[in-house]
Design a protein around this ligand. Sequence first.
Ligand SMILES: Cc1cc2nc3c(=O)[nH]c(=O)nc-3n(C[C@H](O)[C@H](O)[C@H](O)COP(=O)(O)OP(=O)(O)OC[C@H]3O[C@@H](n4cnc5c(N)ncnc54)[C@H](O)[C@@H]3O)c2cc1C
Length: 465
Amino acid sequence: LSARAHDVVVVGAGPAGEVAAGKLAERGLDVALVERELVGGECSFFACMPSKALLRPGDLAAETRRVPGVSDAAVEAIAALRRRDEVIHDLDDAGQLPWVEKRGIALVRGRARLAGERRVVVDGAGPDGGPLALEARRAVVLATGSDAAIPPLEGLREARPWTNREVTTAQQVPPRLLILGGGVVAVEMADAWARYGSAVTIVERSARLIEHEEERASAAVGAALRRRGVEIRCGSEVTAARREDDGTAVLVLGDGAELRGEELLVATGRVPRTAGLGLETAGLEGGGAIEVDDRLRVGGRDWLYAIGDVNGRALLTHEGKYQARILADAIAGRDRALREDGAPPPRVIFTDPAVAAVGHTLASARRAGLSVTAVDGRVDQVAGASFWGKGEDAFARWIVDDARRVLVGATFVAPDAQELVHAATVALVGEVTVDRLAHAVPSFPTRSEVWLQLADWADATRPAA
Ligand SMILES: Cc1cc2nc3c(=O)[nH]c(=O)nc-3n(C[C@H](O)[C@H](O)[C@H](O)COP(=O)(O)OP(=O)(O)OC[C@H]3O[C@@H](n4cnc5c(N)ncnc54)[C@H](O)[C@@H]3O)c2cc1C
């Protein structure tokens, strides 16, 4: 068995692993980065990047229809899919390699597994095509990401469903697309493919789409999807699936109804990639997410860390990259911890309208036992909205902690709301009081003036002196 030593061995070159390796190398550490597939991970090739590339043309076309004075634009599927392929570099990671090389990171291609304390074995990476053992003088970082969950429904696996991988890289528009699940991936992909002409049906067990967001956000996204022809069946249980001889995919519902499509997307959540990772060799159990403390350490060990989707904290690229920066500091000797509860990462659903939120919704704040007031504003009624067109259900909500008078949550629902939420993240992390926020004056005429509206209305809820 050939072997070599590095200061740190990072397993998985998705956004979390790449940033960790980069930051550690920039601090002068000798880093090996192991990747079994594509440098850039799920995000660059099968998730964030292609999904946003698929959504953007439809958003722009819709905007031209809302704003008088521009001739209506239409989406062109062939050109849009070609542009999506450019964004994912035709599934070739060569473009990512100069970044890795420039930092002197040793890239090791192959599937890695833990083999005891500070030791990783990479199959097929040895000089003779055999295994390569990597000793980590300081630490091993697990950043292996997550896979699409396939629920254990009768016939589902045999029906060859699409996961995020196929739906984001498809080369043809399926005439009919069935979607199992009603969360973020489901609504984004329904929006994208409906606009390229697919007849999309969403089947969701819960009473509403994107159920962790504000009810009004679910309603606005649902209404927009319906306007684009998407059929939405919430409160419906799928009991079985099958693929017929002619290739048609079928979903069987609890009431016996059957839905048919050329393709069937499973979008029912993610499972952490820990299978075959050798966790047991470090005395850990496999199965669920790898639990970490606020310094990303696994089980308090000073040599083992887990970042990104695999630790299950918040399955978002910017969160994985944030954890990677904290981790690099921790390993390089600067003691920093993850931010405390109450300042979680923002989450954006890139539908049209987009839903961009940070922190609590009213329901989650109440579940957490907080005494809060919801303050609602209308993004479509501030002057800046005049230039964004008409007829959008665009609104904002702050969740204000009654005792501390600070924001503990904010939601924006509007076209391009993703660009409105960062100010709320700053306000949450900075624990700025709403009374102080009244002095943060947004420019006229921008849609950010909804902040002023919310601050005025929050002022009206100020407890009497
Ligand atoms: C359709 C879709 C859209 C999304 N859109 C967004 C978005 O817009 N914004 C956002 O913030 N998040 C989005 N996400 C979530 C985002 O993709 C993930 O949070 C992110 O990819 C997690 O990064 P990661 O580095 O933890 O893991 P990954 O990106 O999964 O990367 C892990 C890497 O580890 C490698 N690996 C795994 N096991 C091994 C092993 N044993 N040996 C060697 N290598 C291994 C894998 O090949 C992979 O390259 C989306 C997800 C989906 C499914």
